[in-house]
Design a protein around this ligand. Structure first.
Ligand SMILES: [Zn+2]
Length: 281
């Protein structure tokens, strides 16, 4: 969903998998097949320094495909190179020319169109991968399956949880287990599967784990259909994604559970604010 108030495809803060997928499909609509006539690069450092020469060498090239792996955008070019983009905490791709504060990379196209990578907090990443470099790129190694793929299923999750004492929420948020399940969607899927987030993974009944695998897919699919979630100061507000209207626990501490009326509680788990219903879970 394009949010005119911010000029982006989701509203801040942190993009999770559904938001990245929303940006991916927008890039697929707007970027492909348009020859690049100019590339602007800032001197600021993101998570890594911007590869200025490699980015500028994309003039004359043309985006040919927009893919996603975990929360990485892989924008393939006709030349065989790939633009690797991670939105970090606050990054966004905006359909407008370069020139605003916090713009770090800008592309202009032959037909007058433009796209800018804007990132106030600079935890994002923009790299150019040469042909074949994707297989050795350190960011793309050792990643678990995509949550919406067939490889992520009940049997897989049950196997991952065997003999694992770590809290189930930490396990499903670990990219080695499954990619792209962030704090919002982990909290929501655990609520829907009626599992307390701190339960040791190995202690959970296999049937409940099967339900959890199903609920993870379901919350992500619904969020993608809704254009992602917008959270502002832990309260759903503003334009952008509409998934926040469906949140059961995330950001709702002190509010009534939509199922049993008990107040939603929160605590820190693995350094992340974690929301749950003490009665349902
Ligand atoms: Zn409840």
């Amino acid at each position: 969903m394009f949010d005119a108030s911010t000029g982006g495809f989701y509203t801040l803060p942190m993009p999770e998998l559904p938001e990245v997928e929303t940006v991916r499909s927008a890039m697929e609509c707007h970027l492909l097949g348009r020859p690049i006539t100019r590339v602007r690069v800032s001197t600021k450092r993101l998570r890594e320094p911007l590869p200025r020469a490699a980015l500028r060498s994309l003039v004359g090239d043309c985006f040919a495909a927009a893919r996603r792996r975990a929360k990485f955008l892989l924008l393939d070019l006709q030349s065989g190179r790939t633009l690797l983009v991670h939105l970090g905490m606050s990054g966004n791709l905006l359909l407008r020319p370069w020139g605003t504060k916090h713009d770090h990379v800008g592309f202009e196209f032959a037909d007058g169109g433009a796209v800018a990578f804007n990132d106030p907090r600079r935890f994002g990443l923009v790299l150019v991968l040469g042909e074949g470099e994707e297989d050795t790129c350190r960011y793309l190694q050792n990643l678990g399956p995509e949550p919406l793929s067939r490889a992520f299923n009940a049997r897989y999750l049950q196997a991952q949880c065997q003999r694992r004492k770590s809290p189930i929420k930490n396990l499903i948020m670990d990219n080695h287990t499954v990619v792209g399940v962030g704090n919002i969607y982990a909290s929501e899927a655990l609520f829907r599967a009626r599992i307390h987030p701190a339960t040791p993974a190995a202690a959970i009944d296999p049937l409940r784990l099967a339900l959890l695998a199903k609920e993870i897919k379901k919350v992500l699919r619904v969020a993608i259909d809704q254009g992602g979630t917008t959270i502002s100061d832990y309260q759903g507000s503003g334009a952008g994604g509409r998934f926040q209207q469906r949140l059961h626990v995330y950001g709702r501490q002190g509010e009534d559970c939509r199922v049993c009326d008990a107040p939603i509680e929160s605590f820190y788990l693995g350094g992340r604010n974690t929301f749950y219903c003490p009665s349902c879970q």
